[in-house]
Write a protein that binds this ligand. Structure first.
Ligand code: SF4
Length: 164
């Protein structure tokens, strides 16, 4: 189920990446959004553990201050199985919040990708809208661990002590 969601996210973000190719500076080695305090739902941690058991047992986490999965070149060591939160970074993001009883649309983008057409001028369909995927992910986690439907795991905590 989690693999299906990741695939659906990849298919949904591909046209947005193409639409914004000129402004996006995201590339191997750019890791400004790969911060150290990321946590993921247990179901995404399980995906990483299943596919990268050897890495987690034999390799050391990256230095504190950035994501433990970055390698010395600033590339992600689990890229194919990176969590949802890593899959939409860099795109123009939009979400709706209730403020004083009214629904307000907010937008944001990585400062490295800010140059170009103003965010406010973009059509909603040209942004990644937060909400639906997060709800889908939460349902997958609830089905994965009904007793602890909110359980999250720090990415750095996935490394075995012997690998550090
Ligand atoms: S898992 Fe990979 S893409 Fe996500 S923050 Fe860590 S290094 Fe970056």
């Amino acid at each position: 189920m989690i693999e299906k969601l990741h695939l659906a996210i990849a298919q949904a973000t591909a046209p947005l990446e193409a639409r914004h190719a000129e402004r996006m500076r995201c590339a191997r080695g750019c890791h400004a959004c790969c911060v150290d305090e990321l946590t993921v739902f247990a179901v995404e941690a399980d995906l990483i553990q299943r596919h990268h058991a050897e890495l987690l047992e034999t390799e050391a986490p990256g230095p504190e201050g950035a994501c433990a999965f970055l390698d010395a070149d600033g590339a992600c060591r689990i890229y194919a199985h990176r969590p949802y939160v890593c899959r939409t970074q860099g795109l123009p993001l939009r979400w709706v919040e209730e403020q004083d009883g009214e629904a307000v649309e907010l937008r944001d983008i990585c400062p490295l990708n800010a140059e170009g057409e103003p965010l406010a001028a973009l059509e909603p369909a040209d942004c990644w809208t937060l909400g639906a995927a997060e709800q889908h992910l939460a349902r997958i986690q609830a089905a994965f661990e009904p007793e602890t439907p909110q359980r999250r795991v720090a990415l750095r905590a996935l490394f075995k002590p012997s690998g550090s």
